[in-house]
Design a protein around this ligand. Structure first.
Ligand SMILES: *Cc1c(COP(=O)(O)O)cnc(C)c1O
Length: 418
């Protein structure tokens, strides 16, 4: 790397040594998850022809059907639907919910208020058109405790009162300062729901979570779960799409909601299958690299006395690192630096703006190969206290490291001797 101020070089050296044992754990996790995916590919006997994709109605798309089964194997579910017709994570989650809720049903979030874009989908903002609320779905949520944990006492009351059709658990923090829930915590939540409200279906928003641990929430009784392919599961290769995995009937309902009754096995895969297969194959490694980048960042910022979450040695269950700047200027400067050290559009200067689906102004660094992808190195955050930046680890650990060191150098070490 280019020369850094001596003090920074010393910090980086200390960080490298400190985090080495944690990297060994990540390597072990990559090995485990890679084997899981490889075994599924081998069991389904993926052939070159499966990668080609179909056009028109997409009938007899054996590659699509095989990929669905591969996802089902990897996530330990009866069925899966992996499609380029899902336009985003929000759309994927919405479709899974819409397909499995009817007028009068209640959807209850166990993990506090849902992710910003999901609030709009549910009908919690001013715009009601097309929302779950407009379809007659009722919504409730159990606020988290002050420590950011599930309030089980309150949840028991709410679940017994409402008998919700679906209880949703959001794994990743999204734009909240709470912690991401680990799979061990989610396992506990699922067991709780099954005990208190056995008829409720448990749904997991798994966005950002895939392969960030060895096990997935569907291994512990979640009924269905969804995520985006321009996050972890697409491995940085998928250009669009989403997936839903779960019980057969719930997946069929999702497929109908995505298409139409009688059309649920249609949908051309076009030129996407190559990317979907290769991306899913690479995902365990890419996710591990992203976690390494965030571990490095956490350790460095912690050493500089800043508040980060998770801490470098905490169990991770997604690829996000939150850095609390408590300062709108430094926060925005950091996001601009991330853009500056991106492979695409490095010369662009990001500005805060009102992004559709988000309540506050948001500033985003997006120097990506796939627009909006968050399995590529990126950083963003809403302009509101505590001026937190949500940084997502990138395709290669080396890139994350180079960018983070340069950002820190430019923002915090620019007055010192070079
Ligand atoms: C990213 C994300 C979503 C929405 O995905 P988009 O692709 O941005 O629409 C939903 N929930 C969580 C927790 C997320 O991280």
């Amino acid at each position: 790397m280019e020369k850094m101020p001596e003090k920074l070089a010393q910090l980086v050296h200390e960080v490298d040594q400190e985090i080495a044992p944690k990297f060994q754990e990540i390597d072990e996790q990559i090995l485990y998850n890679q084997e899981k995916v490889l075994d599924a590919f081998r069991a389904e006997e993926v052939a070159e022809a499966d990668l080609q994709g179909t056009n028109g109605y997409g009938d007899d798309d054996t590659g699509r059907d095989k990929l669905d089964r591969i996802y089902a194997r990897v996530f330990h579910t009866e069925a899966a639907v992996v499609r380029p017709q899902f336009v985003s994570g929000t759309h994927t989650l919405f479709t899974a919910l819409l397909g499995n809720l009817q007028a009068g049903d209640t959807l209850t979030y166990l993990t506090g208020m849902p992710y910003d874009t999901m609030q709009e989908v549910i009908g919690l903002t001013d715009k009601k058109q097309g929302t779950l609320a407009q379809y007659g779905v009722k919504f409730a949520h159990v606020p988290l405790t002050e420590a950011g944990l599930v309030d089980y006492d309150e949840a028991k009351k709410v679940l017994e009162r409402d008998q919700p059709k679906i209880v949703a658990i959001q794994r990743s923090r999204g734009y909240a300062t709470r912690k991401t829930f680990t799979v061990a915590q989610i396992k506990e939540m699922i067991a709780f729901v099954k005990q208190v409200s056995p008829k409720s279906l448990v749904f997991i928003d798994n966005c950002y979570g895939e392969f960030s641990e060895k096990h997935e929430p569907t291994e512990y009784g979640a009924d269905f779960m969804a995520g985006s392919l321009i996050k972890n599961a697409g491995g940085g290769i998928a250009k669009t799409g989403g997936y839903v995995v779960g019980k057969k009937e719930l997946i069929e309902n999702t497929k109908i909601a995505l298409t139409a009754p009688g059309c649920s096995d249609e949908g051309a895969t076009l030129a996407n299958q190559w990317d979907f297969y290769e991306g899913f194959f690479l995902s365990p490694n890419v996710t591990g690299m992203a976690e390494k980048g965030m571990i490095f960042a956490a350790a460095l910022f912690e050493k500089m006395g800043m508040d980060v979450t998770p801490k470098w040695n905490e169990t991770r269950s997604d690829v996000i690192e939150t850095i609390i700047f408590n300062d709108p200027k430094k926060m925005q400067a950091f996001v601009k630096e991330v853009q500056k050290y991106s492979p695409v559009d490095s010369f662009v200067n990001p500005e805060a703006y009102h992004m559709p689906g988000y309540e506050d102004k948001v500033i985003m660094a997006a120097g990506n190969f796939v627009s909006g992808s968050t399995i590529e190195f990126s950083a963003d955050g809403p302009i509101r206290p505590p001026y937190a930046v949500y940084m997502q680890g990138g395709l290669t650990y080396a890139h994350d490291k180079i960018a983070i060191i340069n950002a820190v150098k430019d923002i915090f070490f620019n007055d010192q001797e070079k």
